[in-house]
Design a protein around this ligand. Structure first.
Ligand code: CA
Length: 225
């Protein structure tokens, strides 16, 4: 299921949009505050964010800049009542992928969200390489040279998450969000077991997973492998 973050401080509009997205089959997390939204985006994984510009806590432009500074690269659709060319350019420069001026037609809004999700899927489908290891998200084959590494579905998801941010810490919360089954959050022990299994399978190829107590995990490929 796709996970969307909706950041809008107008409660009626927020609820209306959230209902619509929910009916379209998306999981929606709503926030009315820029700072809270940033915390959620840092802690958890979303496919697309929909961001209003005028927000309490931290405005939408600041939020976009904070995301890009942290190299959080999810597609962002800005929805705003500010319709000046200057605002639009500032928004796009700060890292918005698309822009919609309020009031908008819901059909157009849905089409823009679908387009961003398609783009996100295309990005996610590109081959990932870490050291000598290569794989394509969504496909079960993970190879090192001409050898195949056998990974289960949870290990694959975990590898994808860690390999997208090599050398950076991925929090347990973020991992829990990705490997949750049927909306149920896996226990810390279940996460540790999955990480342990993946670590053991990758170790022979010079790829290590470091645990940073209280923070999360990071993937590292040794030089020369
Ligand atoms: Ca607003």
């Amino acid at each position: 299921m796709t996970r969307l973050l909706l950041v809008e401080d107008d409660a009626a509009l927020r609820e209306g949009i959230a209902d619509l997205l929910h009916q379209a089959g998306h999981e929606v997390v709503s926030s009315g505050d820029g700072r809270e939204a940033l915390a959620r985006l840092v802690d958890s994984d979303f496919d697309v964010a929909i961001v209003d510009l005028g927000l309490p806590g931290m405005d939408g432009i600041e939020l976009l800049r904070a995301l890009r500074r942290r190299q959080i690269g999810l597609p962002v659709l800005v929805i705003t009542a500010r319709d000046s060319l200057h605002e639009r350019i500032t928004g796009l420069d700060a890292g918005a992928d698309d822009y919609l001026v309020k009031p908008f037609e819901m059909a157009e809004f849905e089409a823009r969200v679908r387009a961003l999700l398609r783009r996100q899927r295309a990005d996610r489908g590109a081959e990932i390489r870490v050291g000598a290891l290569r794989f394509t998200p969504g496909q079960p084959q993970v190879t090192v040279g001409d050898m195949t590494v056998e990974l289960g579905p949870t290990e694959l998801t975990l590898l994808e998450l860690l390999a997208r941010h090599p050398g950076r810490i991925v929090s347990k919360d973020k991992i829990a969000g990705r490997i949750a089954r049927g909306g149920e959050r896996p226990s810390d022990t279940a996460i540790e077991v999955s990480v342990h299994r993946l670590r053991r399978k990758l170790a022979p190829f010079g790829i290590s997973i470091r645990a940073l107590r209280g923070f999360g995990y990071l993937l590292e490929a040794s030089a020369g492998v």
